[in-house]
Design a protein around this ligand. Structure first.
Ligand code: 4AD
Ligand code: MG
Length: 481
């Protein structure tokens, strides 16, 4: 049996003509002339498709009728220098075997540009297009770079649970998990749901963050990261939110906020740099796609910049670091504020809205911004209180075009402060006794952050809707495939 040659190795710069090779893939396009037919096949290993030349003298017309777009084929033949300008090499077929037929009249993908909306309705097929296969190859490279970065820095990967009792962020956006019969829910004396009859004998839901378990692990392993799916039942149908998204969360013992920011910015540059170095073909394709789409002219210079320049700028420019208080001062002096153009009010204590973040990142600084030391009242219970008693040692990293990519903080390691904060935020301290033990026994200053994988992918691919950078999006009302 002859080994299969992936198309990516055929288009490797060192690749040369070669006889008797075999390729397998799906037909992307087909073109007939009098004596010869051309089909292009793609096997997903790279963006480029391989052109196959079929000489009619060798192949009967009856066999060629099955070579439809979408069909899977196995082809044996010779790799030769191409006559055409579009590719360096092409294949002269000696034999072609149909593996799986496809019906031209019912196969939804045609060799033309489909709208993203149409492709979202065909989630199960869109990965066969150039745009989506490019996005998901980049997603793979990014995930690989994340593991490589932390491995090189002596972090340990810890698998934190998906089924949990705790609501780390306290925002109440929880998906409940139960095996109780929904048509006959057991009730207790108070006529509320009797969770003692449930699978875990208590309430359970899907995790919103692996952080609290990550903190436990950091107290034994020093530097850890967790990287997995997280779930939020936010009913926000935006282009930036998913109900199921992937988050990478490092947690480091002995790190203060400053160390945390240094790590986060270095991490971002490393993983973006890795994608830049290894995914050029896919990035260039997506950049061209963006240029040729009738994109609206934006009011900000950064928005109008070509994708490759945006990425380069991130790699070369340092991140701006400002405090929340400074950010508010900038916003209060801004033109849109003075001209009443912001929809939401601005005053110290508010949660920054997308329009405020957009102004700071895309108009004012025109580069990524780290905002630190937010008011305690708008952040989670576990963040370390600052000396001023009003703010916490938090940091968010905002990217142009995307908004918040990273959220993190130094953690409150002083048990009395933590206990007070938990009381204030109504976090059950008895139930969370295991978490408080990290502060009872050998507590240390420690910090961490969470990066939304899809948010960074939005930036890297130039896509505008988060549903297009996750293979199977879960959003309110949508879980079809
Ligand atoms: O800022 P968040 O809520 O922080 C945490 O969950 C912390 N426990 C992280 C930590 O310190 N270990 O979420 C972190 C990041 C955000 O900055 C954003 O990139 C992403 O997760 N994110 C979402 N991405 C897609 N859809 C959503 N609904 C998201 N919510 C947060
Ligand atoms: Mg956040």
């Amino acid at each position: 049996m002859i080994a299969n040659t992936p198309i990516v190795s055929i288009f490797h710069p060192s690749s040369k003509p070669k006889n008797n090779i075999q390729v397998q893939g799906w037909i992307r396009n087909k073109r007939n002339s009098k004596q010869i037919s051309f089909i292009t096949i793609n096997d997903g290993s790279c963006l480029q498709s391989l052109q196959i030349v079929l000489d009619h003298s060798q192949f009967s017309e009856s066999s060629s009728k099955d070579w439809h777009i979408g069909a899977s084929v196995q082809i044996f033949g010779d790799l030769v220098a191409s006559q055409g300008a579009k590719q360096t090499l092409e294949m002269q077929a000696k034999s072609i075997q149909l593996l799986g037929a496809s019906n031209t009249t019912t196969y939804p993908l045609q060799p033309k540009k489909h709208s993203l909306d149409f492709l979202r309705e065909n989630i199960h097929l869109r990965i066969r297009t150039n745009t989506f296969s490019a996005i998901f190859r980049i997603r793979h490279a990014l995930s690989f770079a994340i593991h490589q970065y932390f491995h090189e820095k002596n972090f340990f990967c810890v698998h934190t649970p998906i089924l949990t009792q705790n609501d780390t962020e306290g925002a109440g956006e929880l998906f409940k998990v139960t095996t109780l019969p929904l048509n006959n829910v057991p009730k207790n004396e108070q006529q509320t749901v009797d969770f003692s009859k449930d699978f875990f004998s208590k309430k359970c839901h899907l995790t919103v963050s692996g952080q609290l378990h990550g903190e436990i692990a950091a107290m034994g392993l020093g530097k850890i990261y967790t990287f997995g799916p997280t779930f939020r039942a936010e009913n926000s149908n935006t282009t930036r939110h998913l109900a199921e998204f992937w988050m990478v969360e490092p947690e480091m013992a002995f790190y203060d906020l400053h160390n945390n920011i240094t790590l986060a910015t270095d991490f971002l540059k490393y993983i973006i740099g890795y994608v830049w170095d290894t995914c050029k073909e896919d990035l260039c394709f997506l950049a061209q796609r963006k240029n040729s789409s009738p994109c609206k002219q934006s009011s900000t210079a950064f928005d109008n910049m070509p994708l490759m320049d945006k990425i380069q700028q991130i790699l070369t420019k340092p991140c701006i670091i400002i405090s929340y208080t400074e950010a508010i001062a900038i916003l209060e002096k801004s033109q849109p504020y003075k001209k009443n153009k912001f929809q939401y009010p601005i005053k110290w204590g508010i949660d920054l809205q997308a329009e405020h973040e957009k102004y700071l990142v895309e108009k004012y600084f025109q580069q990524p911004v780290v905002i630190t030391d937010y008011p305690q009242s708008i952040k989670a219970f576990y963040m370390r209180q600052n000396e001023d008693g009003k703010t916490v040692a938090a940091m968010d990293i905002l990217f142009p075009g995307v908004g918040e990519v990273i959220g993190g903080s130094q953690r409150e390691e002083r048990i009395d402060y933590l206990s007070k904060a938990m009381q204030y935020w109504k976090v059950d301290q008895e139930k969370m006794s295991w978490y408080l033990d990290t502060r009872r026994f050998g507590t240390v200053p420690h910090s961490g952050f969470g990066m939304g994988l899809e948010r960074l992918l939005l930036f890297l691919t130039g896509m505008e809707n988060i549903r297009d950078v996750v293979p199977f999006p879960r959003t309110p009302g949508k879980i079809d495939c």
